[in-house]
Design a protein around this ligand. Structure first.
Ligand code: HPA
Length: 378
């Protein structure tokens, strides 16, 4: 196997110079640098990163543990993480904890044993073991998507679950409450008074924040809170199918529905098809999560689009900042979502196009036609 010494000999320079060229650790004269690169090319030299890691104690790798990587939302996050990591010269080790706390604890240990420089983790609904492990081993980590210190979380999760100290983890996630409120508010403006919510897996901050947004919007619209209208779809399609069917069998079923993630939108649509109900005439639909084929459904899905790639890329940036300055204060980065106004909410075709960040969009939208004016259910 070709070694760095072989390259140095062929280029007529020292091993240290070869190392500086390959690791960009010191400026090297252009013609010397070129001689080294030519020798690397001619000899087919590939650096031994394991040997380098022994010297630097760094592997230039990042561990990524996110559940449900087959879900397009997480796939896009992964793409964002991968692109940003590659651009910074890091490779990725990927694990799927399947939203199972024991599995999560195990994969995080495996990634740590591989000596990744840091980790990006979407914590499960019960992250005790995860947090204990990261703290005990002082693993630089960024939480992604689900936050653990969220304002809306139960108080016992607002601090380090082992030591009682504030849980000092950087976190990157999307806005959840505001965008859900926007979706629910839109349906309320259309005249709906009974709006159902198919919520996600209990214990995830994304679930509780989206429920909080739903309730805020009901209050803002002066609508009563009927707890029968909030059902759990457990963040997955089959759960949402059952939950939607249950909602629609209530003595007084909702006239509009909000699904709290993409997988649950699919489940809800299955339930509606099973009951031969049509959207939006029998039930208006607003979805959290936009996805590539959301505009191919008929009607096209009115949705909240999360900045998934950007969430992934920002998580890498925040982790690199942490590696560069381990003592910097922990921060939570919240990224805005966009309201993608299509027709499943019941608005006519010509109201399409109200895209853009939610914060920038408020007030700029055409007033929707209230249900009563359209002569549909009220
Ligand atoms: N969190 C946030 N958004 C999502 C999820 C999730 O787990 N799944 C699908 N969209």
């Amino acid at each position: 196997m070709t070694t760095m010494a072989d390259v140095a000999r062929a280029a007529g320079v020292s091993v240290a110079t070869v190392s500086h060229v390959l690791n960009a650790t010191r400026p090297v004269l252009p013609h010397t640098r070129q001689a080294v690169l030519d020798a690397v090319d001619a000899l087919g030299y590939t650096p031994n990163t394991l040997a380098r890691s022994l010297v630097t104690s760094r592997t230039r790798s990042i561990g990524l543990a996110v559940s449900a990587i087959s879900n397009p939302y997480f796939t896009e996050i992964l793409q964002g993480v991968e692109a940003a990591a590659l651009a910074a010269g890091y490779s990725l080790l990927i694990a799927d904890p399947h939203d199972d706390p024991a599995h999560e604890r195990k994969v995080v240990q495996l990634l740590h044993e591989r000596r990744v420089d840091g980790m990006i983790v979407a914590p499960s609904a019960d992250p005790h073991g995860l947090i204990a492990y990261l703290n005990r081993h002082a693993v630089p980590a960024v939480f992604l998507d689900r936050v653990v210190q969220a304002e809306t979380e139960a108080p016992e999760r607002a601090s380090d679950l082992v030591t009682g100290e504030p849980a000092l983890f950087d976190q990157v996630c999307a806005e959840n409450a505001g965008p859900t409120a926007r979706l629910v508010g839109h349906l309320a403006e259309l005249g709906h008074r009974r709006i159902g919510l198919v919520a996600g897996l209990p214990g995830l901050s994304t679930t509780s924040e989206r429920i909080a947004g739903y309730r805020q919007a009901l209050t803002a619209a002066g609508l009563p809170h009927d707890e029968d209208l909030v059902v759990s779809g457990n963040s997955e399609s089959a759960g949402a199918e059952r939950a939607t069917a249950a909602l629609l069998s209530l003595p007084s079923p909702p006239t509009a529905l909000v699904t709290a993630n993409n997988a649950m939108t699919i489940g809800a649509l299955r339930a509606l098809r099973g009951l031969a109900l049509s959207v939006p005439d029998d039930l208006a639909l607003g979805c959290f999560d936009d996805f590539a084929w959301a505009d191919l459904f008929s009607p096209r899905l009115t949705a909240i689009a999360q900045p998934s790639r950007e969430i992934g890329a920002r998580a890498v940036q925040v982790l690199l900042d942490r590696l560069a300055a381990p003592d910097r204060p922990a921060r939570t980065v919240r990224l805005p979502c966009a309201f993608v106004h299509r027709t499943s909410c019941g608005c006519p075709e010509d109201r399409d196009g109200a895209h853009g960040p939610l914060s920038a969009e408020s007030g700029g939208q055409t007033a929707p036609t209230p249900l009563s004016e359209k002569g549909t259910v009220s």
